[in-house]
Design a protein around this ligand. Structure first.
Ligand code: HEM
Ligand code: HEM
Length: 129
């Protein structure tokens, strides 16, 4: 999850950087967009791994899911990350709304990240002495 947070923060920084370059009509370094894109894919893989660990670990421990809202928050985050990636692919000169959408989804994703971390931390407490 630490890695996911790092990826999210780097995505935010590189995304906002692209935005400021675009708004000031400056040239954007060639590597910036692919780097942002690859970071996005990394984030997508990371949350899928966390989802798999969460589901497999919980099933192994209890044989069933749904002990807390952590399940819902986890699913929400995975869904939002993929929605974000989808909206990113839609961004083009004909589809300017997609950029707004991408940024909007990522703002909601921040709330999701906080939520999944908080609820995850709560379930961790159960295992601490
Ligand atoms: C989920 C994976 C992600 C992918 C595949 C992705 C990909 C992209 C792409 C292709 C663009 C368009 C760049 C252009 O204008 O040519 C973009 C823009 C942007 N992204 Fe992402 N992104 C992802 C996640 C995120 C996240 C998590 C954040 C924020 C924390 C973010 C923030 C931004 C911002 C601020 C822009 C600039 C919009 C603008 O130019 O006004 N992205 N992203
Ligand atoms: C994107 C990030 C994450 C996803 C997608 C995710 C997903 C899941 C899922 C689906 C479960 C099964 C829950 C259930 O059926 O009740 C689970 C369990 C669990 N997760 Fe996560 N999780 C994430 C982040 C975290 C974090 C940050 C922590 C710790 C700080 C954490 C700690 C746990 C623990 C301890 C369990 C066992 C639940 C239990 O015993 O009731 N997870 N996770």
């Amino acid at each position: 999850m630490g890695l996911s947070w790092l990826a999210y923060l780097l995505l935010g920084v590189s995304g906002l950087w692209m935005r400021s370059l675009r708004q000031n009509e400056q040239i954007r370094p060639d590597w910036l967009r692919p780097a942002h894109f690859l970071l996005g894919l990394t984030l997508a893989i990371l949350v899928l791994v966390l989802l798999a660990i969460g589901i497999v670990g919980t099933l192994g421990e209890y044989g069933k899911l749904g002990h807390s809202v952590h399940l819902i928050s986890g699913l929400a985050v995975v869904y939002l990350v993929f929605l974000s990636a989808w909206s990113a692919v839609q961004i083009s000169t004909e589809r300017l709304w997609a950029r707004q959408l991408h940024v909007g989804i990522n703002a909601v994703l921040l709330i999701g990240f906080i939520w999944v971390s908080a609820t995850g931390w709560t379930v961790v407490q159960k295992y601490l002495p």
